[in-house]
Write a protein that binds this ligand. Structure first.
Ligand code: KIV
Ligand code: NA
Length: 279
C-alpha cells in the first residue's frame, strides 16, 4: 500500500470517502493498525490511561510522547502518523508550541501533530503550520481540560455551546489546521459543522456526519480489563483481553503440570552426545 499523505487525505475528503483513524501507542499496536489499512494512526495522549496506567492525560510529558511516537512511527509503513502534543507542551506560547511540535517530528518521526483547543489556540496552530508541520485541531470535549470542563461530558448541547464550537471550528480552519477532531458532540451539530468547513472533521462520539472517525484502539478491540467504564460512543469490535487472558491462563496451567514445553518446543541433540556429557 502506498503511504498516505496529506494529499491523499485531502483527496479522500473531496471524494467523500470517510477517513479511518485509530490510536496506537507502541510498535505492535501500530503494526496491526497499519496492517489493517488504517488511513491515519494517532498517538493519542490517551496512552496515559491505556499504556501507562495513569488516571488521566495530565501527567504525560513531551518526552513520553516522543518515545511512544517513535515506536509507532517505526511500525506505520503507510498510515499517516499524528502525535498528540501533551498538556503543558503548547499552551504557554506559540513559540513553545512550535518547539514542541518540531521535537515530535524530529525525534518522534510523526507526520503531523494534534493539539486540543479552538479560538484560543489559533495562534499556536498558525505558528506550527507556518513551520511546515500539519496540525490536527481537537475541539468539543478536550480531555486535557477536563478539570475546567467539569469532567468528561458532551459539548455543544445548547445553542450557545454549539455556536462556540462552530466558532472554534472556523477559527482552527482559518489558522491552518488541515483537520479537526470533534469529540463528544451531538451528531446533528457535528454534521452541520462538517458541512460548513472545507477541511475534514474526524468524529469521536460525534455521529456519522463527520468526514472520518477515530477510536482508541484498546477500547474498540476490547483489549482492556472487563468492567472498565467505556464512553457510550465506543463500539467493541473484538475481545482481545479475554483471548489473551485465556491463553495466559492455559500457559500457566501447562507450566504447572509440565505439559509445556513439549518435545516440539525443545532443541534436540544426539543420544551419544548426551551420554558423553553425563560421564
Ligand atoms: O488521546 C487520544 O486518543 C485522542 C483521541 C481519542 C482523539 O485524542
Ligand atoms: Na488526546
Amino acid at each position: 500500500r502506498k503511504p498516505v499523505t496529506i494529499t491523499s487525505l485531502r483527496n479522500m475528503y473531496k471524494k467523500g470517502e470517510p477517513i479511518a483513524m485509530l490510536t496506537a501507542h507502541d510498535f505492535p499496536s501500530a503494526y496491526v493498525a497499519d496492517s489493517a489499512c488504517m488511513d491515519m494512526v494517532l498517538v493519542g495522549d490517551s496512552l496515559a490511561m491505556v499504556a501507562l496506567g495513569m488516571n488521566d492525560t495530565n501527567a504525560v510529558t513531551l518526552d513520553d510522547m516522543i518515545l511512544h511516537c517513535r515506536s509507532v512511527s517505526r511500525a506505520a509503513k503507510s498510515a499517516f502518523v499524528v502525535g498528540d502534543l501533551p498538556m503543558g507542551s503548547y499552551e504557554v506560547s506559540p513559540q513553545q508550541a512550535v518547539q514542541s511540535a518540531i521535537r515530535l517530528v524530529k525525534e518522534g518521526f510523526v507526520q503531523g501533530v494534534k493539539l486540543e483547543g479552538g479560538v484560543d489556540y489559533a495562534p499556536a496552530i498558525q505558528a506550527i503550520t507556518t513551520a511546515g508541520i500539519p496540525v490536527v485541531a481537537h475541539i468539543g470535549l478536550t480531555p486535557q481540560r477536563q478539570n475546567a470542563l467539569g469532567g468528561f461530558r458532551a459539548q455543544g448541547k445548547t445553542v450557545a455551546g454549539a455556536l462556540k464550537l462552530l466558532e472554534d471550528a472556523y477559527s482552527v480552519q482559518e489558522a491552518g489546521a488541515f483537520m479537526v477532531v470533534l469529540e463528544a458532540i451531538p451528531a446533528e451539530i457535528a454534521a452541520i459543522i462538517t458541512q460548513k468547513l472545507h477541511i475534514p472533521t474526524i468524529g469521536i462520539g460525534a455521529g456519522n456526519g463527520c468526514s472520518g472517525q477515530v477510536l482508541v484502539q484498546v477500547d474498540m478491540t476490547g483489549n482492556f480489563e472487563p468492567g472498565r467504564h467505556l464512553p457510550k460512543f465506543v463500539k467493541k469490535y473484538a475481545d482481545v483481553w479475554a483471548e489473551s487472558k485465556k491463553g495466559i491462563e492455559q500457559y500457566r496451567a501447562e507450566v504447572k503440570t509440565r505439559e509445556y514445553p513439549a518435545k516440539e518446543h525443545t532443541y534436540a541433540i544426539s543420544e551419544e552426545l548426551v551420554a558423553e556429557f553425563q560421564k
